[in-house]
Design a protein. Structure first.
Length: 485
Protein backbone atom coordinates (compact mmCIF):
# COMPACT_ATOMS: atom_id res chain seq x y z
CA UNK A 1 0.00 0.00 0.00
CA UNK A 2 1.19 3.48 -0.81
CA UNK A 3 1.40 6.31 1.66
CA UNK A 4 -0.28 8.69 -0.80
CA UNK A 5 -3.32 8.22 -3.10
CA UNK A 6 -1.28 8.26 -6.30
CA UNK A 7 -3.06 5.46 -8.18
CA UNK A 8 -5.82 6.90 -10.36
CA UNK A 9 -8.67 4.93 -11.89
CA UNK A 10 -10.69 6.54 -14.67
CA UNK A 11 -14.04 5.17 -15.79
CA UNK A 12 -15.96 7.02 -18.48
CA UNK A 13 -19.64 7.45 -17.60
CA UNK A 14 -21.98 5.13 -19.59
CA UNK A 15 -19.46 5.53 -22.40
CA UNK A 16 -21.23 4.15 -25.48
CA UNK A 17 -24.62 5.61 -24.54
CA UNK A 18 -23.10 8.95 -23.52
CA UNK A 19 -21.30 9.22 -26.86
CA UNK A 20 -24.60 8.59 -28.65
CA UNK A 21 -26.41 11.21 -26.58
CA UNK A 22 -23.66 13.74 -27.21
CA UNK A 23 -23.82 13.20 -30.98
CA UNK A 24 -27.63 13.17 -31.16
CA UNK A 25 -29.20 16.24 -29.47
CA UNK A 26 -32.69 14.70 -29.55
CA UNK A 27 -31.51 11.89 -27.22
CA UNK A 28 -29.94 14.05 -24.52
CA UNK A 29 -31.55 13.42 -21.16
CA UNK A 30 -33.52 10.46 -22.53
CA UNK A 31 -33.06 6.70 -22.00
CA UNK A 32 -30.65 5.23 -24.55
CA UNK A 33 -29.67 1.58 -24.90
CA UNK A 34 -26.76 0.47 -27.11
CA UNK A 35 -26.38 -3.15 -28.13
CA UNK A 36 -27.41 -5.94 -30.47
CA UNK A 37 -30.92 -5.33 -31.72
CA UNK A 38 -31.69 -8.86 -32.90
CA UNK A 39 -33.75 -11.38 -30.91
CA UNK A 40 -30.58 -12.62 -29.22
CA UNK A 41 -28.87 -9.27 -28.81
CA UNK A 42 -27.60 -8.07 -25.46
CA UNK A 43 -27.16 -4.65 -23.92
CA UNK A 44 -23.66 -3.23 -24.29
CA UNK A 45 -24.34 0.00 -22.39
CA UNK A 46 -27.38 1.78 -21.01
CA UNK A 47 -27.56 5.49 -20.25
CA UNK A 48 -28.25 6.53 -16.67
CA UNK A 49 -31.79 7.44 -17.70
CA UNK A 50 -32.32 3.87 -18.93
CA UNK A 51 -30.72 2.39 -15.81
CA UNK A 52 -33.52 3.89 -13.73
CA UNK A 53 -35.82 1.36 -15.40
CA UNK A 54 -33.51 -1.51 -14.41
CA UNK A 55 -31.67 -1.86 -17.73
CA UNK A 56 -28.00 -2.80 -17.40
CA UNK A 57 -25.07 -4.16 -19.40
CA UNK A 58 -25.18 -7.81 -20.54
CA UNK A 59 -28.98 -7.93 -20.12
CA UNK A 60 -30.85 -9.62 -23.00
CA UNK A 61 -32.19 -6.93 -25.30
CA UNK A 62 -35.68 -8.39 -25.18
CA UNK A 63 -35.78 -7.93 -21.42
CA UNK A 64 -34.47 -4.37 -21.76
CA UNK A 65 -37.25 -3.52 -24.20
CA UNK A 66 -39.84 -4.79 -21.75
CA UNK A 67 -38.38 -2.69 -18.93
CA UNK A 68 -37.89 0.47 -21.01
CA UNK A 69 -40.13 0.25 -24.09
CA UNK A 70 -39.78 3.94 -24.90
CA UNK A 71 -35.97 4.06 -24.84
CA UNK A 72 -33.91 4.65 -27.98
CA UNK A 73 -32.29 1.38 -29.08
CA UNK A 74 -29.16 1.82 -31.18
CA UNK A 75 -26.44 -0.37 -32.69
CA UNK A 76 -22.89 0.38 -31.51
CA UNK A 77 -20.50 2.48 -33.60
CA UNK A 78 -17.22 0.95 -32.50
CA UNK A 79 -14.94 2.95 -34.79
CA UNK A 80 -16.43 6.09 -33.26
CA UNK A 81 -15.95 4.84 -29.70
CA UNK A 82 -12.38 3.75 -30.40
CA UNK A 83 -11.55 7.19 -31.77
CA UNK A 84 -12.86 8.88 -28.62
CA UNK A 85 -11.07 6.33 -26.44
CA UNK A 86 -7.82 7.17 -28.24
CA UNK A 87 -8.25 10.81 -27.25
CA UNK A 88 -8.84 9.86 -23.62
CA UNK A 89 -5.88 7.49 -23.50
CA UNK A 90 -3.66 10.18 -24.98
CA UNK A 91 -4.63 12.50 -22.10
CA UNK A 92 -3.79 9.75 -19.61
CA UNK A 93 -0.44 9.18 -21.29
CA UNK A 94 0.48 12.79 -20.58
CA UNK A 95 0.09 12.13 -16.86
CA UNK A 96 2.36 9.12 -16.54
CA UNK A 97 4.36 6.54 -18.51
CA UNK A 98 2.43 3.88 -16.59
CA UNK A 99 -1.10 3.70 -17.97
CA UNK A 100 -2.94 0.37 -17.83
CA UNK A 101 -6.00 0.35 -20.11
CA UNK A 102 -8.68 -2.14 -19.06
CA UNK A 103 -11.12 -1.40 -21.87
CA UNK A 104 -12.04 1.42 -24.24
CA UNK A 105 -13.39 3.49 -21.36
CA UNK A 106 -11.41 2.43 -18.30
CA UNK A 107 -7.77 2.62 -17.18
CA UNK A 108 -5.41 2.83 -14.20
CA UNK A 109 -2.71 5.51 -14.05
CA UNK A 110 0.34 5.61 -11.76
CA UNK A 111 0.64 9.30 -10.92
CA UNK A 112 3.76 8.74 -8.84
CA UNK A 113 5.60 7.39 -11.87
CA UNK A 114 4.66 10.55 -13.73
CA UNK A 115 6.02 12.77 -10.99
CA UNK A 116 2.78 14.75 -10.85
CA UNK A 117 1.55 13.81 -7.38
CA UNK A 118 3.04 12.79 -4.07
CA UNK A 119 0.24 13.65 -1.63
CA UNK A 120 -3.55 13.92 -1.47
CA UNK A 121 -3.74 17.57 -2.52
CA UNK A 122 -1.61 17.15 -5.63
CA UNK A 123 -3.37 13.90 -6.60
CA UNK A 124 -6.79 15.54 -6.31
CA UNK A 125 -5.62 18.49 -8.41
CA UNK A 126 -4.43 16.12 -11.16
CA UNK A 127 -7.70 14.23 -11.07
CA UNK A 128 -9.84 17.34 -11.36
CA UNK A 129 -7.69 18.69 -14.19
CA UNK A 130 -8.00 15.38 -16.02
CA UNK A 131 -11.80 15.44 -15.78
CA UNK A 132 -11.88 18.98 -17.17
CA UNK A 133 -9.56 18.05 -20.05
CA UNK A 134 -11.66 15.01 -20.95
CA UNK A 135 -14.81 17.13 -21.10
CA UNK A 136 -13.10 19.81 -23.19
CA UNK A 137 -11.55 17.29 -25.59
CA UNK A 138 -14.40 14.81 -26.04
CA UNK A 139 -17.52 16.51 -24.70
CA UNK A 140 -18.03 13.52 -22.38
CA UNK A 141 -17.61 12.98 -18.65
CA UNK A 142 -15.51 10.52 -16.69
CA UNK A 143 -15.38 9.57 -13.03
CA UNK A 144 -12.07 9.41 -11.17
CA UNK A 145 -11.03 7.39 -8.15
CA UNK A 146 -7.79 8.02 -6.26
CA UNK A 147 -6.27 5.73 -3.64
CA UNK A 148 -3.11 3.99 -2.55
CA UNK A 149 -4.01 0.75 -4.36
CA UNK A 150 -5.71 -0.37 -7.55
CA UNK A 151 -8.54 -2.08 -5.69
CA UNK A 152 -9.49 1.01 -3.72
CA UNK A 153 -9.01 3.37 -6.66
CA UNK A 154 -11.54 1.34 -8.66
CA UNK A 155 -13.98 1.31 -5.75
CA UNK A 156 -13.55 5.07 -5.42
CA UNK A 157 -14.32 5.72 -9.09
CA UNK A 158 -17.47 3.64 -8.80
CA UNK A 159 -18.59 5.78 -5.87
CA UNK A 160 -17.77 8.92 -7.86
CA UNK A 161 -20.21 8.07 -10.67
CA UNK A 162 -21.46 9.87 -12.54
CA UNK A 163 -19.09 12.73 -13.30
CA UNK A 164 -17.31 12.94 -9.96
CA UNK A 165 -14.07 12.37 -8.09
CA UNK A 166 -13.59 10.39 -4.88
CA UNK A 167 -10.27 10.13 -3.02
CA UNK A 168 -9.63 7.51 -0.34
CA UNK A 169 -6.95 8.51 2.12
CA UNK A 170 -4.35 5.79 2.77
CA UNK A 171 -4.75 4.38 6.27
CA UNK A 172 -8.53 4.32 6.10
CA UNK A 173 -8.76 1.08 4.07
CA UNK A 174 -10.05 -1.20 6.83
CA UNK A 175 -12.85 1.16 7.82
CA UNK A 176 -13.85 1.81 4.21
CA UNK A 177 -14.01 -1.84 3.26
CA UNK A 178 -15.52 -3.40 6.38
CA UNK A 179 -19.26 -2.85 5.74
CA UNK A 180 -19.13 -3.59 2.01
CA UNK A 181 -20.17 -6.79 0.27
CA UNK A 182 -17.44 -9.37 -0.15
CA UNK A 183 -18.18 -9.22 -3.89
CA UNK A 184 -16.36 -5.88 -4.03
CA UNK A 185 -13.01 -7.64 -3.62
CA UNK A 186 -11.24 -8.50 -6.92
CA UNK A 187 -11.48 -12.18 -7.72
CA UNK A 188 -14.74 -12.77 -5.85
CA UNK A 189 -17.29 -13.61 -8.51
CA UNK A 190 -20.76 -15.10 -8.22
CA UNK A 191 -19.54 -18.65 -7.52
CA UNK A 192 -17.04 -17.64 -4.82
CA UNK A 193 -19.54 -15.19 -3.38
CA UNK A 194 -22.17 -17.94 -3.03
CA UNK A 195 -19.60 -20.28 -1.51
CA UNK A 196 -18.70 -17.68 1.11
CA UNK A 197 -22.34 -16.82 1.75
CA UNK A 198 -23.09 -20.43 2.58
CA UNK A 199 -20.28 -20.18 5.14
CA UNK A 200 -21.90 -17.08 6.67
CA UNK A 201 -19.42 -14.63 5.11
CA UNK A 202 -21.17 -11.79 3.27
CA UNK A 203 -19.19 -8.62 4.09
CA UNK A 204 -15.52 -7.70 4.05
CA UNK A 205 -15.67 -7.46 7.86
CA UNK A 206 -16.86 -11.08 7.93
CA UNK A 207 -13.81 -12.07 5.86
CA UNK A 208 -11.44 -10.44 8.34
CA UNK A 209 -13.25 -11.98 11.29
CA UNK A 210 -13.14 -15.46 9.75
CA UNK A 211 -9.34 -15.27 9.50
CA UNK A 212 -6.88 -16.53 6.96
CA UNK A 213 -6.89 -20.16 8.10
CA UNK A 214 -10.65 -20.47 7.71
CA UNK A 215 -10.57 -18.85 4.27
CA UNK A 216 -7.81 -21.22 3.17
CA UNK A 217 -9.93 -24.12 4.36
CA UNK A 218 -12.94 -22.87 2.40
CA UNK A 219 -11.26 -21.62 -0.78
CA UNK A 220 -7.82 -23.18 -0.89
CA UNK A 221 -4.36 -21.84 -0.10
CA UNK A 222 -3.86 -19.35 -2.93
CA UNK A 223 -7.36 -17.91 -3.18
CA UNK A 224 -8.00 -17.87 0.57
CA UNK A 225 -4.73 -16.10 1.43
CA UNK A 226 -5.21 -13.54 -1.35
CA UNK A 227 -8.77 -12.78 -0.28
CA UNK A 228 -7.69 -12.23 3.31
CA UNK A 229 -4.97 -9.77 2.29
CA UNK A 230 -7.38 -7.85 0.09
CA UNK A 231 -9.93 -7.67 2.89
CA UNK A 232 -7.27 -6.04 5.07
CA UNK A 233 -6.71 -3.48 2.33
CA UNK A 234 -3.36 -4.92 1.23
CA UNK A 235 -3.16 -4.66 -2.55
CA UNK A 236 0.33 -4.31 -3.98
CA UNK A 237 -0.55 -4.93 -7.61
CA UNK A 238 1.40 -2.49 -9.79
CA UNK A 239 0.04 -0.46 -12.68
CA UNK A 240 1.28 -2.32 -15.76
CA UNK A 241 1.77 -0.16 -18.84
CA UNK A 242 1.46 -2.95 -21.40
CA UNK A 243 -0.39 -6.22 -21.17
CA UNK A 244 0.70 -9.01 -23.45
CA UNK A 245 -2.25 -10.30 -25.41
CA UNK A 246 -2.82 -14.02 -24.88
CA UNK A 247 -5.22 -14.57 -27.74
CA UNK A 248 -7.18 -12.90 -30.53
CA UNK A 249 -10.68 -14.03 -31.39
CA UNK A 250 -13.98 -13.05 -33.01
CA UNK A 251 -17.48 -14.43 -32.50
CA UNK A 252 -20.93 -14.07 -34.04
CA UNK A 253 -24.27 -14.92 -32.46
CA UNK A 254 -27.01 -15.58 -35.00
CA UNK A 255 -30.60 -14.42 -34.70
CA UNK A 256 -31.77 -17.75 -36.12
CA UNK A 257 -29.98 -21.06 -35.55
CA UNK A 258 -27.89 -22.19 -38.52
CA UNK A 259 -28.67 -25.69 -39.79
CA UNK A 260 -27.17 -25.76 -43.26
CA UNK A 261 -23.68 -27.23 -43.10
CA UNK A 262 -22.44 -25.18 -46.06
CA UNK A 263 -23.66 -21.93 -44.48
CA UNK A 264 -21.92 -22.88 -41.22
CA UNK A 265 -18.66 -23.54 -43.07
CA UNK A 266 -18.90 -20.21 -44.90
CA UNK A 267 -19.46 -18.41 -41.60
CA UNK A 268 -16.37 -20.10 -40.15
CA UNK A 269 -14.36 -18.94 -43.18
CA UNK A 270 -15.60 -15.39 -42.72
CA UNK A 271 -14.74 -15.43 -39.01
CA UNK A 272 -11.27 -16.77 -39.79
CA UNK A 273 -10.62 -13.82 -42.09
CA UNK A 274 -11.81 -11.32 -39.50
CA UNK A 275 -9.67 -13.00 -36.85
CA UNK A 276 -6.56 -12.74 -39.03
CA UNK A 277 -7.28 -9.07 -39.73
CA UNK A 278 -7.41 -8.40 -35.99
CA UNK A 279 -4.32 -10.55 -35.43
CA UNK A 280 -2.33 -8.55 -37.97
CA UNK A 281 -3.50 -5.23 -36.54
CA UNK A 282 -2.11 -6.31 -33.18
CA UNK A 283 1.25 -7.14 -34.78
CA UNK A 284 1.14 -10.79 -33.75
CA UNK A 285 0.96 -14.27 -35.18
CA UNK A 286 -0.15 -17.43 -33.39
CA UNK A 287 0.34 -21.18 -33.25
CA UNK A 288 -2.99 -22.47 -31.93
CA UNK A 289 -6.24 -22.14 -33.89
CA UNK A 290 -9.42 -22.43 -31.82
CA UNK A 291 -12.98 -23.01 -33.02
CA UNK A 292 -15.93 -22.31 -30.72
CA UNK A 293 -19.42 -23.63 -31.43
CA UNK A 294 -22.47 -22.95 -29.26
CA UNK A 295 -25.28 -25.28 -30.22
CA UNK A 296 -29.05 -24.92 -30.14
CA UNK A 297 -29.21 -26.27 -26.56
CA UNK A 298 -26.63 -23.70 -25.31
CA UNK A 299 -23.93 -26.35 -24.93
CA UNK A 300 -20.58 -24.96 -26.06
CA UNK A 301 -17.82 -26.96 -27.71
CA UNK A 302 -14.26 -25.83 -28.40
CA UNK A 303 -11.78 -27.52 -30.67
CA UNK A 304 -8.14 -26.48 -31.11
CA UNK A 305 -5.27 -27.34 -33.41
CA UNK A 306 -1.66 -26.40 -32.69
CA UNK A 307 0.54 -25.72 -35.71
CA UNK A 308 4.29 -26.31 -35.93
CA UNK A 309 4.96 -22.57 -35.97
CA UNK A 310 3.15 -19.23 -35.63
CA UNK A 311 1.19 -17.79 -38.54
CA UNK A 312 -0.87 -14.78 -39.56
CA UNK A 313 -1.81 -16.22 -42.92
CA UNK A 314 -5.58 -16.29 -43.65
CA UNK A 315 -5.35 -19.49 -45.70
CA UNK A 316 -3.66 -21.38 -42.87
CA UNK A 317 -6.11 -20.15 -40.23
CA UNK A 318 -9.12 -20.78 -42.47
CA UNK A 319 -8.10 -24.33 -43.36
CA UNK A 320 -7.34 -25.16 -39.72
CA UNK A 321 -10.74 -23.82 -38.66
CA UNK A 322 -12.44 -25.88 -41.37
CA UNK A 323 -10.66 -29.03 -40.19
CA UNK A 324 -11.80 -28.33 -36.64
CA UNK A 325 -15.38 -27.85 -37.81
CA UNK A 326 -15.34 -31.41 -39.16
CA UNK A 327 -14.90 -32.58 -35.55
CA UNK A 328 -18.12 -30.92 -34.39
CA UNK A 329 -21.65 -32.27 -34.67
CA UNK A 330 -23.87 -29.36 -35.71
CA UNK A 331 -27.05 -31.43 -35.94
CA UNK A 332 -29.89 -29.52 -34.33
CA UNK A 333 -28.53 -26.09 -35.14
CA UNK A 334 -25.80 -23.61 -34.23
CA UNK A 335 -26.46 -20.29 -32.46
CA UNK A 336 -22.86 -19.01 -32.11
CA UNK A 337 -19.56 -19.50 -33.91
CA UNK A 338 -16.14 -18.19 -33.02
CA UNK A 339 -12.61 -18.45 -34.37
CA UNK A 340 -9.54 -17.53 -32.33
CA UNK A 341 -5.76 -17.70 -32.41
CA UNK A 342 -3.65 -18.17 -29.27
CA UNK A 343 -0.02 -18.91 -28.52
CA UNK A 344 0.85 -15.47 -29.86
CA UNK A 345 4.27 -14.50 -31.15
CA UNK A 346 5.85 -11.51 -32.90
CA UNK A 347 6.99 -13.44 -35.99
CA UNK A 348 5.69 -15.92 -38.55
CA UNK A 349 7.10 -19.13 -39.90
CA UNK A 350 7.78 -18.88 -43.63
CA UNK A 351 6.99 -22.48 -44.58
CA UNK A 352 3.47 -22.56 -43.15
CA UNK A 353 1.91 -22.57 -46.64
CA UNK A 354 3.67 -25.83 -47.35
CA UNK A 355 2.63 -27.16 -43.95
CA UNK A 356 -1.02 -26.25 -44.58
CA UNK A 357 -1.02 -28.05 -47.92
CA UNK A 358 0.65 -31.13 -46.43
CA UNK A 359 -1.68 -31.24 -43.45
CA UNK A 360 -4.75 -30.79 -45.63
CA UNK A 361 -3.67 -33.71 -47.80
CA UNK A 362 -2.34 -36.08 -45.19
CA UNK A 363 -4.05 -34.96 -42.00
CA UNK A 364 -0.73 -35.23 -40.21
CA UNK A 365 1.71 -33.00 -38.43
CA UNK A 366 -0.75 -31.20 -36.16
CA UNK A 367 -1.71 -31.75 -32.59
CA UNK A 368 -5.52 -31.76 -32.59
CA UNK A 369 -7.25 -31.44 -29.25
CA UNK A 370 -10.96 -31.86 -28.58
CA UNK A 371 -12.20 -30.12 -25.49
CA UNK A 372 -15.99 -29.96 -25.06
CA UNK A 373 -17.21 -27.56 -22.40
CA UNK A 374 -20.32 -25.75 -21.35
CA UNK A 375 -19.82 -22.08 -20.68
CA UNK A 376 -21.64 -18.80 -20.88
CA UNK A 377 -19.16 -16.92 -23.03
CA UNK A 378 -20.28 -13.67 -24.57
CA UNK A 379 -20.10 -12.95 -28.26
CA UNK A 380 -21.31 -10.62 -30.93
CA UNK A 381 -24.86 -10.08 -31.96
CA UNK A 382 -25.70 -10.19 -35.63
CA UNK A 383 -25.05 -12.48 -38.56
CA UNK A 384 -23.32 -11.95 -41.84
CA UNK A 385 -22.27 -13.92 -44.88
CA UNK A 386 -18.89 -13.97 -46.55
CA UNK A 387 -15.81 -15.98 -47.27
CA UNK A 388 -12.09 -15.60 -47.52
CA UNK A 389 -10.10 -16.26 -50.64
CA UNK A 390 -6.37 -16.77 -50.67
CA UNK A 391 -5.09 -18.31 -53.87
CA UNK A 392 -7.91 -20.83 -54.33
CA UNK A 393 -11.51 -20.04 -55.36
CA UNK A 394 -14.17 -20.70 -52.76
CA UNK A 395 -17.91 -20.23 -52.62
CA UNK A 396 -19.12 -16.83 -51.49
CA UNK A 397 -22.23 -16.22 -49.39
CA UNK A 398 -24.01 -13.21 -50.89
CA UNK A 399 -26.13 -11.12 -48.48
CA UNK A 400 -29.76 -10.77 -49.42
CA UNK A 401 -31.23 -7.37 -50.26
CA UNK A 402 -32.93 -7.31 -46.87
CA UNK A 403 -29.66 -8.06 -45.04
CA UNK A 404 -27.87 -5.34 -47.01
CA UNK A 405 -30.54 -2.75 -46.22
CA UNK A 406 -30.52 -3.71 -42.57
CA UNK A 407 -26.77 -3.22 -42.32
CA UNK A 408 -26.77 0.09 -44.17
CA UNK A 409 -29.68 1.57 -42.24
CA UNK A 410 -29.32 0.17 -38.70
CA UNK A 411 -30.70 2.45 -35.95
CA UNK A 412 -28.04 4.89 -34.79
CA UNK A 413 -25.85 4.75 -37.89
CA UNK A 414 -24.71 8.00 -39.49
CA UNK A 415 -25.99 9.09 -42.88
CA UNK A 416 -25.75 12.09 -45.17
CA UNK A 417 -28.35 13.40 -47.60
CA UNK A 418 -27.28 15.33 -50.66
CA UNK A 419 -29.68 18.20 -49.85
CA UNK A 420 -30.47 17.87 -46.14
CA UNK A 421 -26.99 17.16 -44.80
CA UNK A 422 -25.92 14.97 -41.85
CA UNK A 423 -28.28 12.84 -39.82
CA UNK A 424 -28.74 9.46 -38.21
CA UNK A 425 -31.04 6.50 -38.73
CA UNK A 426 -33.99 6.29 -36.36
CA UNK A 427 -35.35 3.12 -37.90
CA UNK A 428 -35.94 1.19 -41.10
CA UNK A 429 -38.24 -1.44 -42.51
CA UNK A 430 -40.62 -2.23 -45.37
CA UNK A 431 -38.22 -0.65 -47.82
CA UNK A 432 -38.07 2.68 -45.99
CA UNK A 433 -35.61 4.40 -43.67
CA UNK A 434 -36.41 7.20 -41.22
CA UNK A 435 -33.67 9.76 -40.58
CA UNK A 436 -33.37 12.56 -38.05
CA UNK A 437 -31.24 15.39 -39.39
CA UNK A 438 -29.15 16.88 -36.59
CA UNK A 439 -25.50 17.27 -35.62
CA UNK A 440 -23.62 17.17 -32.29
CA UNK A 441 -23.54 20.95 -32.09
CA UNK A 442 -27.26 21.39 -32.73
CA UNK A 443 -29.08 23.27 -29.98
CA UNK A 444 -32.44 21.61 -30.64
CA UNK A 445 -33.68 18.25 -31.95
CA UNK A 446 -33.55 18.00 -35.73
CA UNK A 447 -36.34 17.31 -38.17
CA UNK A 448 -37.33 13.80 -39.22
CA UNK A 449 -37.78 12.59 -42.81
CA UNK A 450 -38.52 9.18 -44.34
CA UNK A 451 -36.94 7.90 -47.56
CA UNK A 452 -36.81 4.80 -49.70
CA UNK A 453 -33.88 2.59 -48.70
CA UNK A 454 -32.48 2.94 -52.23
CA UNK A 455 -32.80 6.73 -52.39
CA UNK A 456 -29.73 7.85 -54.39
CA UNK A 457 -29.39 11.05 -52.34
CA UNK A 458 -29.00 9.16 -49.05
CA UNK A 459 -25.81 7.32 -48.14
CA UNK A 460 -23.96 6.04 -45.04
CA UNK A 461 -21.47 8.52 -43.58
CA UNK A 462 -18.68 8.79 -41.03
CA UNK A 463 -19.56 10.07 -37.55
CA UNK A 464 -19.18 13.79 -36.91
CA UNK A 465 -16.85 14.95 -34.09
CA UNK A 466 -18.50 15.66 -30.74
CA UNK A 467 -16.52 18.88 -30.29
CA UNK A 468 -15.09 21.20 -32.94
CA UNK A 469 -11.79 19.82 -34.19
CA UNK A 470 -12.37 16.47 -32.52
CA UNK A 471 -11.79 13.06 -34.06
CA UNK A 472 -14.32 10.76 -35.68
CA UNK A 473 -14.49 7.07 -36.46
CA UNK A 474 -12.85 5.96 -39.69
CA UNK A 475 -15.80 3.98 -41.03
CA UNK A 476 -19.56 3.75 -40.52
CA UNK A 477 -20.55 1.28 -37.86
CA UNK A 478 -22.05 -2.11 -38.66
CA UNK A 479 -24.94 -3.61 -36.70
CA UNK A 480 -22.69 -5.85 -34.64
CA UNK A 481 -22.16 -5.69 -30.89
CA UNK A 482 -19.37 -6.97 -28.71
CA UNK A 483 -20.34 -7.22 -25.07
CA UNK A 484 -18.11 -6.70 -21.99
CA UNK A 485 -17.93 -2.92 -21.89
Amino acid sequence: MRAAPTILHLDMDAFFAAAEQASKPSLRGKPVVVGGLGPRGVVATASYEARRFGVHSAMPMGQARRLAPNAAYLVPRFAFYRAISGQVMELLGRLSPLVEPLSLDEAFVDLEAGGLADDSASARAVGERLRAEIRATTGLTGSVGLAGSKMLAKIASEEAKPDGLVLFEPGTERALLAPRSVRIIPGVGPATGDHLRRAGITTVADVVEAGEDELVRILGRSHGASLYRMALGHDDRPVVAERDAKSVSVEDTFDIDLHDRLRIRLEVERLAERCVERLRRSGHSGRTIVLKVRRYDFSTLTRSETLRGPTDDPLVVREAAERLLELVDTTGGVRLLGVGVSGLADYTQEDLFAQAEADAGAGAGADVEAEPRDDGGRGESGAGGGSVTSGAPVAVAVPTATETATRRWAPGNDVRHAALGAGWVQGSGLGRVTVRFEEPGSTAPGRVRTFSVDDPDLEPADPLPLVPGGVTGAEPAAPVVRTGE
